[in-house]
Design a protein around this ligand. Sequence first.
Ligand SMILES: [Zn+2]
Length: 475
Amino acid sequence: MSKIFVVFWFDCEDFITPESDDALKRLAEILSANNVRGVFKLVGEKLRTLERRRRWDVIEALKHHEIGYHTNYHSVHPTVAEYLKDMGFEEGALEFLKSEREGVEDIKRVFNAIPSCYGQPGGAWAPQVYLALKLLEIPTYLDLTDFIDLYGRPFWYCGILNILNLTGFRGGVIGLNFELGISGFIDKAIGEFNEIYQRILDGDKWGIISVFNHPCTLVTKEFWDAVNFSGGLNTPMNWLKPAELKPRDWIDAGYVDFDKFVKHVKSKPFVEVVTASELHHLFRDYALNRFFNKNEIACLASDLISISFREINNAYVSASEIFWLITASLAEYKTNGILPSKVKNNYPLGPYRLFKSDSLDMVKLEEFLKVSYDVKLFIESNNRIPDSIEINSVKVSPVDFLASEAELYMELYRGEKPEEVRLIEGRFEPDSYVSIEGAKSCWRWIIFPKDFEAWNLVELAKLQTWTIKPATLNI
Ligand SMILES: [Zn+2]
């Protein structure tokens, strides 16, 4: 039977315009009246502003829903991508914790729960955030971005579930924002929903329709941050200007439209409305902590010149997991003289720096196995793949090292015992899921300073595609 998951999510960020608090409350109430739970991604300052304005009624309305996170100050400069732009992976993750933790703590204090998901402000996507999310125990990334994409489907990246750009038979994304309340808009949006719905039904049994809104857009004609923070401008907090309001009848028509849309979604037979944490549960990663046997590892190691994630017995395994499984096998071979019959999976992060091999030669088997053994220890204590691997004072990249390890694994698997190991060049495929054009389009976000670029973020994002792999529905 087909499953069409619909997630309603709301970026709640306007801490300037008081009327946007009412919009937030109304939308939460419309969902509740339709017996639907939404995901409200709160900006820390928005939540604190609700408290300052004593809007306990809004907070109460939100308690029926799930709370996600949308940074501490959103568009106040430096935004996430601005302060992470030149930082390393770990350094950046720590900086994110320093700048953004306050809002997470406020959510915990008020709602007594860890945010179920995170999404970046506008174009401020950055890879270091993923490590910070792991440390904050926020397991899902729910948003839109052109920066990274895996065939328009949900995917794992750095151990975080990503629900981003859904396309094709895996779903679609619908934005319901300023146009709510304009005659004809909601029927168009319902038409778009029906089209995606049909596409999923015609496809492969399941898909996700991601429906998003910014509550402030129900009441304002323009974004609160465009008014105060465009092009790198930092209007001082006590000079902030609210955005221009919509007339009353337009605002009211917007709520009627939104209610109509929710009712339409609910009327469709294969729809299940879900939250971010429910999606995380549905798409649980069964490769995690699973044992892989020798034959499975041989499957993963065969023809591994071209390195990417692979599927084995209904489980997707990332390039970094393949790196672990083969390295751990060879480490055990060094100790016991036989390949292990099974290996427990591990999901390390990718390297932190890009490295190109000095040269590739022949190496004695014993020397090579000793290095595999040391690399296994490195992964166990650092939970990542090393930037480079030194063999006989020659440094090789993890890509070439894995390609060489895989060839050796296959020889040993076939019962051969070579005296020497040939170091070969591997080809790393997954970095193509990070889009240069997409990154550039993110950097055109109106809030960034003019001509903003952040190429270091592209490089770090590519390195972490060692961890990318499709997320699949467990039914
Ligand atoms: Zn936002």
